[in-house]
Write a protein that binds this ligand. Structure first.
Ligand SMILES: Nc1ncnc2c1ncn2[C@@H]1O[C@H](COP(=O)(O)OP(=O)(O)OP(=O)(O)O)[C@@H](O)[C@H]1O
Ligand SMILES: [Mg+2]
Length: 227
């Protein structure tokens, strides 16, 4: 069910300084997402998918234009406000995992719940549920260096979804997964989407992910081709 608009993007341009000039990674992008979407940004490498997800996730700021996420203009948030938006409402699956290397699998997945000050018994229940979603309950005590690339990716997925955020931003979440694990995780995400109305926005090249999407948004050279 798609109801109220939760992300509004108007005239979004992103320039990165390069040498004495700049590189335009996003060019006048206009987009809207409703609650409960299962949408994907599709486009060749370098087309701006990660840049756009980072800006929606308030990890980066627009050069020009307006990005409203859950009623807040992310250009005008101070660092505390953007941290609080990420902490409470967003889950981010990074293209490069960003796991904490000295933490165990359990501790990595528990981390977002510590920020929310949840009691230990509740945290444990939520961590184990998230590890079940990604099939890693046997690896709770392992550290990232002891895991395969695909296992690290599944820990990153569990960490992003453990608090059942309103919006999950997933950057190439299946890049290192075999077909069986990809389908299992996509089915889990589709279930959360249906049962909790969680909004998912993917960046992906993966045909398996694309086949699950309810909406496909195509980027080319930083511009929207279709939405
Ligand atoms: N910090 C930066 N400084 C300069 N250029 C950057 C920076 N970050 C990204 N870019 C450039 O912006 C463009 C878009 O990058 P982005 O990471 O968004 O692409 P992508 O669509 O996610 O690609 P991929 O499919 O390879 O992950 C690329 O050409 C990239 O080189
Ligand atoms: Mg990318």
């Amino acid at each position: 069910m798609i109801s109220e608009s939760i992300i509004t993007i108007k005239g979004l341009t992103k320039d990165f300084p390069v040498g004495s000039g700049y590189f335009r990674a996003l060019n006048e992008v206009n987009l809207e997402f409703g609650r409960g979407e299962f949408a994907g940004l599709i486009g060749p490498s370098g087309s701006g998918k990660t840049t756009l997800l980072n800006i929606i996730g308030s990890l980066d700021t627009p050069t020009k234009g307006e990005v409203i996420v859950l009623g807040k203009d992310i250009s005008h948030l101070n660092s505390q406000e953007s941290a609080s938006l990420r902490k409470e409402k967003l889950g981010f699956i990074f293209q490069s995992y960003n796991l904490l290397p000295v933490y165990t699998v359990y501790e990595n997945v528990e981390f977002p719940l510590l920020l929310l000050n949840l009691p230990e018994t509740e945290r444990k229940k939520m961590v184990m549920e998230a590890l079940e979603w990604v099939g890693l309950t046997q690896k709770v005590k392992s550290r990232p260096s002891m895991l395969s690339g695909g296992e690290c990716q599944r820990v990153a997925i569990a960490r992003a979804m453990v608090k059942k955020p309103i919006i999950v931003l997933a950057d190439e979440p299946t890049a290192n997964l075999d077909a069986e694990n990809s389908h299992h995780i996509l089915r889990t995400m589709a279930t959360l989407n249906q049962e909790l109305n969680t909004t998912f926005i993917f960046a992906t090249h993966d045909e398996k992910v694309i086949s699950y999407l309810k909406r496909r948004i195509t980027l080319a050279d930083g511009s929207l081709v279709s939405a």
